[in-house]
Design a protein around this ligand. Structure first.
Ligand SMILES: Cc1ncc(COP(=O)(O)O)c(C=O)c1O
Length: 436
């Protein structure tokens, strides 16, 4: 081992990571297979109403979440669109949303002919910063969207207080945080509607699916109306749309029966998945403590993180002799640890920096027609609305993150060696400096 610490593997030394790091957690187990086979054996290929396995999942999820209603859909994006429609986001409304998220949190705002107004993040949690949310409120603001990014819980006390003060709706994107809570209350139940992606990488997955929760019968009915023909007459909670019979507005958001069968089985395994990921993140973060230039992302006091999706660390080149994050990650990877970084370019916006994406700037959305009218874009077509520097924390932190996969059943010695690989590279940082 002492040898392994001597020279960086990237520069010809011995790799530090010697343990095997096979991920033992399987998305599809016998449990999921049996659930799908039961439907196949019955010849069930689709379920039109909220019956069978769809009802089973919705009931189980609403109970798990301690929410009155759960409505399953075919994607997380569909749940976000439905939520925005349900709370009344419409033409000329502004919606405050962090730029540090996946684009699907934001694009459905455009489908409501509304304008996304980006807010900065809190560098400790990588979630929407309440102080910045406050600064962005105008008479047109209708709603705040929070994202519990990488399972970190947003500061819901402050955010809900702002919403009450200004009479704003709150939608929570919980796509990374299934099972998370704050002060004992489940994520997704603070705001008006909680949205969860159940896509293939998510902690509860149906392959492709999503689910929205709410305690508000009117919002539930509006979500049914938007995307679920055939359920309104028998399942609506209010009489609001009685005159429409079973018609919907035509967005077909119902989930596939097999996706529901898989998600249903996965929900049973979520507590175990969260227990393992929480334990492993703690081990990783403990091992990393005290390494100069490497900051761990700690939970907010009172928050129970969950889901995770990925494990993030914050890199500070100022404490590491100016060596760039990408070079550092390359060296850690060369040691045998599965470290990656998110890269941004003008056409590759993944997580973060979405306020700089062409779609929200010089691309002229006013010409798209249909529902894509945006009063701000129309006022100044083709201009850059969000200059670089407008969200300083997002632009800084978003490009300083290091990523490990969410270790679920990786062996503990492997996880410890991954952290030691980071320590080794930090210790040898001098060797990574570019020759002058
Ligand atoms: C934060 C966030 N919101 C929304 C989505 C969209 O979910 P889906 O892919 O199920 O539409 C994702 C998917 O990765 C996500 O990460």
């Amino acid at each position: 081992m002492a040898n392994a610490f001597r020279t960086l593997a990237l520069l010809g030394g011995t790799k530090l990571v010697t343990e095997r790091g096979d991920e033992g957690w399987r998305i599809i187990t016998d449990h999921e297979k049996k659930a799908v086979m039961a439907l196949l054996d019955k010849g069930t290929v689709t379920i039109v109403g909220g019956t069978g396995v769809i009802r089973e999942f919705e009931e189980k999820f609403s109970k798990f979440q301690e929410a009155k209603f759960a409505l399953a859909m075919n994607s997380g994006t569909a749940t976000l669109h439905s939520a925005y429609f349900a709370v009344g986001i419409g033409p000329a409304c502004e919606v405050i949303v962090p730029s540090y998220t996946w684009h699907a949190t934001i694009t459905p705002i455009l489908h409501c002919a509304a304008t996304p107004v980006f807010c900065d993040i809190d560098p400790r949690t990588l979630t929407a910063d309440p102080k910045d949310i406050r600064r962005r409120i105008t008479p047109r603001t209708k709603a705040i969207v929070v994202v519990h990014t990488w399972g970190n819980i947003a500061q819901m006390d402050e955010i809900m207080a702002i919403a009450r003060e200004h009479n704003l709706k709150v939608v929570e994107d919980c796509s990374h945080a299934h099972g998370g809570s704050y002060k004992g209350k489940k994520v997704g139940t603070f705001g008006d509607i909680g949205c969860f992606s159940l896509q293939g990488n998510k902690p509860v997955s149906g392959g492709e699916a999503g689910v929205a929760i709410t305690d508000n019968p009117e919002y539930y009915d509006r979500m049914l109306l938007l995307g679920h023909f055939g359920r309104i007459a028998s399942e609506a909670k209010t009489g609001l749309f009685k005159s429409l019979g079973d018609m919907s507005l035509g967005a077909k958001y119902r989930p596939h029966a097999y996706a529901m069968a898989i998600a249903n089985a996965q929900l049973d395994r979520l507590p175990e998945l969260n227990r393992l990921r929480t334990h492993n993140y703690r081990i990783l973060n403990e091992e990393l403590r005290g390494i100069p230039g490497i900051e761990t992302v700690e939970p907010l006091p009172g928050a129970q993180r969950a889901g995770f999706l990925e494990f993030k660390l914050i890199y500070d080149p100022r404490q590491l002799q100016g060596v760039g994050r990408d070079r550092f990650a390359e060296a850690v990877k060369a040691e045998g640890a599965p470290m990656t970084v998110d890269r941004y370019s003008s056409f590759n916006y993944t997580y973060g920096l979405l306020h700089l994406a062409p779609l929200f700037n010089e691309f002229d959305r006013s010409k798209l027609g249909g529902c894509f009218y945006d009063f701000k874009a129309a006022e100044a077509p083709g201009t850059r609305l969000w200059a670089p520097g407008s969200l300083p924390v997002t632009e800084d932190i978003g490009q300083r993150l290091l990523t490990f996969p969410a270790f679920t059943q990786m062996p503990e010695p492997f996880i410890r060696q991954c952290a030691q690989a980071v320590r080794k590279v930090a210790t040898h940082i001098e060797e990574l400096k570019q020759p002058a």
